[in-house]
Design a protein around this ligand. Structure first.
Ligand code: SAM
Length: 273
């Protein structure tokens, strides 16, 4: 059984008819950071809808069973590490509009090293803003992180803490490119970002489930090994080895994506309560 989503009509029209996105699957261990404009348009038509669907399903399930999360909150802040074309942000904001009626304003900081992807994300977000009554503040930031020490540069961008932090299929690229040498990229990114979460904040890490030829390890195993060294509490996660989502749009009906995901928060918060 898959969670099924259809891309909203306005979004389908925008990405395929107006922006010229193409449906075209790529090989595993791809590194979008190096992609040019045409490649990123293929990404927009193929993986943007998948990330939208994964985010929409995971967050709507979460808010259905955790209605206390953000109850009475009017302002929220969101950070996306490696947002690319931002399908997951569009999915999350759609869910917030449906499930968190008190939220009036969301500040979104989205970071990525690929400028073409960010430009497309900005266009899509501007269209979403016209559809929602929630006010959305967009702070998209182009930053290429070269090594582990570069994570500290992020302190300049992330001056405040965030209610929601997300990262979708980005850390796998750090693994493939050995951005953090032999170190576990999930561990470094999660440890750094847990400090950027508010007390009641939640972080969602989503990634592909393939065997990575650089680290010579299955990525979900590497993710769990990395998280085990952090001060996090796992609030929820995919059942089994991976979870399938189905997304339908005008260029492909019933496209299936398989991901592993962990929803976490700071453990220290649990002990204080
Ligand atoms: C597979 S894409 C995922 C994009 C988006 N999160 C999604 O799910 O559609 C991975 C993203 O991570 C970004 N990325 C990879 N390595 C990076 C680095 N060293 N610095 C900044 N961004 C990076 C890429 O540019 C790309 O947009």
């Amino acid at each position: 059984m898959h969670d099924r989503v259809t891309l909203p009509q306005w979004l389908d029209h925008l990405i395929f008819d107006e922006l010229g996105a193409k449906y075209c699957r790529s090989n595993s261990d791809m590194t979008v950071i190096d992609w040019d404009k045409n490649d990123v348009l293929n990404y927009l038509g193929t993986y943007f809808p998948r990330s939208y669907a994964e985010s929409y399903c995971i967050f709507s399930d979460f808010f259905r069973s955790h209605s206390e999360q953000f109850a009475n909150k009017e302002d929220l802040s969101v950070f996306d590490f490696g947002c690319g074309t931002g399908g997951e942000i569009i999915g999350l904001l759609t869910v917030l509009a449906e499930y968190c009626p008190t939220v009036r304003e969301v500040r979104v900081v989205a970071l990525d090293g690929n400028d073409y992807a960010l430009q497309l994300y900005d266009i899509v977000l501007a269209e979403l803003k016209k559809k929602l009554t929630i006010k959305i503040e967009n702070h998209s930031t182009q930053l290429h992180i070269d090594d582990f020490y570069d994570l500290s540069i992020l302190n300049k961008v992330l001056k405040r803490k965030f209610d929601v932090i997300i990262t979708f299929k980005a850390i796998c690229e750090f693994v493939t490119k050995q951005q953090f040498e032999q170190h576990n990229a999930y561990e470094h990114v999660a440890k750094f970002l847990l400090h950027k979460l508010t007390d009641s904040g939640i972080m969602l890490l989503v990634d592909v489930t393939t065997y990575n030829n650089t680290s010579k390890e299955w990525l979900p195993k590497m993710l769990d090994r990395g998280l085990a060294t952090t001060n996090c509490h796992i609030v929820d996660q995919n059942k089994g080895y991976n979870q399938s989502y189905s997304i339908s749009h005008s260029r492909f009906p019933n496209d299936i994506s398989k991901v592993a995901w962990r929803m976490i928060r700071n453990k220290s918060r649990i002990t204080i309560e």
